[in-house]
Design a protein around this ligand. Structure first.
Ligand SMILES: C[S@@+](CC[C@H](N)C(=O)[O-])C[C@H]1O[C@@H](n2cnc3c(N)ncnc32)[C@H](O)[C@@H]1O
Length: 336
């Protein structure tokens, strides 16, 4: 299903764009669709916001959280925000010279991550971006220059690109070359309608938190608790998005959920989540390192559950062929 609202999301590894409608199909078995309007959907690991945004569209009141500001900006711009959209004038305001410009991107990330042209624009634009939706547009801008894969490949791409040595860049980077040759205004004009398509009201007040998952679940209540933690044994978000986090002034240490035994950290969440009637848990097998049976056993300590396993291709650009073939996505639904 191609949903326009999903174009508003930024590219994020581990996102649930494809699987989202399937997950809600399973939720309907336990919470019938006619009860969704105004029911509370708690998304404890928001990420790009794909599940939270879909829940909002389905009429849930969404309460969501992530430890990272990158995700919180997305959540505030698309899930908490019901009305504020971007107009042409907002784009032009980002170019007004601002003395509060910190020049972080130009000083730290040129030429190994960004071309000077983009760095200079982004540094100044962040000083001008006051609203969540402006910051979100800039995050989309950054990720449109380097979606999914690593922020930089200095020798293979960034330095030859900065020095105009295009014939030394492999053809796998062709799209990347085109994207980086666009002017900042062209990129903003392309992103603006995509972002605006994700702004809508469901008539409810949806709320975004930033913090550790354990602090968050202590503070909130809801009908569905959705848990989509980093999958243990896979790439850590704090490493993969370190450049973005630094730009946002939100550098983080590696999440305990990304450690090799990260699945065990879920037990603490289960132990504190008795009051949520339905738990919906996404997890991945990390190319064979994590087992569904183990997750099911952990959940069964607390309540009955049913489990699904899907063949799923995520991180297309990052995973090896072997990893893609062995990739499985788990879904566990547990009820009182
Ligand atoms: C698998 S992603 C969520 C993907 C999301 N469902 C989507 O569709 O885009 C996991 C998220 O957990 C966040 N995270 C990592 N450790 C956390 C913690 N201790 N508390 C809250 N969030 C955390 C990461 O920043 C990341 O955004």
């Amino acid at each position: 299903m191609a949903l326009k609202i999903f174009n508003a999301l930024f590219p994020y590894f581990g996102n649930k764009r494809k699987l989202g409608p399937v997950i809600f199909h399973y939720i309907a078995k336990f919470l019938p669709r006619e009860m969704w309007q105004g029911a509370v959907f708690v998304d404890a690991f928001l990420g790009s916001g794909s599940m939270g945004l879909l829940a909002k569209a389905y009429g849930f009141r969404v309460t969501a959280n992530d430890v990272a500001l990158r995700s919180v900006i997305a959540g505030r711009a698309l899930i908490e925000n019901n009305h504020v959209r971007l107009g042409e004038v907002d784009l032009h305001r980002l170019f007004v010279p601002n003395p509060a410009n910190l020049h972080i991107i130009e000083q730290e990330f040129v030429p190994d991550v960004f071309m000077k042209l983009h760095a200079q624009f982004l540094d100044n634009a962040f000083a001008n971006a006051k609203r969540d939706i402006d910051k979100y547009l800039l995050v989309k801008h950054i990720l449109s220059l380097r979606p999914y894969s690593k922020f930089s490949s200095p020798n293979a791409f960034n330095r030859p690109m900065a020095e105009g040595r295009f014939d030394e860049i492999k053809s796998t980077y062709t799209k990347h070359i085109k994207d980086n040759l666009k002017s900042p205004l062209e990129i903003l004009k392309r992103q603006m309608p995509l972002v605006n398509a994700g702004v809508f009201s469901n008539g409810l007040q949806n709320k975004i938190y930033q913090g550790d998952v354990l602090d968050f679940i202590e503070q909130v209540d809801g009908d569905v608790l959705y848990l989509d933690p980093p999958y243990s044994g896979t790439l850590a978000y704090e490493n993969e998005y370190a450049v973005l986090d630094r730009i946002l002034g939100d550098a983080k240490v590696k999440s305990r959920f990304s450690a090799d035994n990260g699945m065990d950290a879920l037990d603490e969440i289960f132990a504190r989540s008795e009051r949520f009637p339905l738990w919906v848990i996404s997890f991945g097998n990390a190319g064979g390192k994590n087992e569904l049976n183990k997750l099911v056993e952990m959940v069964r300590k607390y309540r009955q559950c049913e489990a699904q396993e899907f063949a799923y291709r995520h991180c297309e650009a990052m995973a090896s062929d072997k990893h893609k073939q062995q990739s499985r996505e788990f879904l566990v639904l547990a009820w009182k």
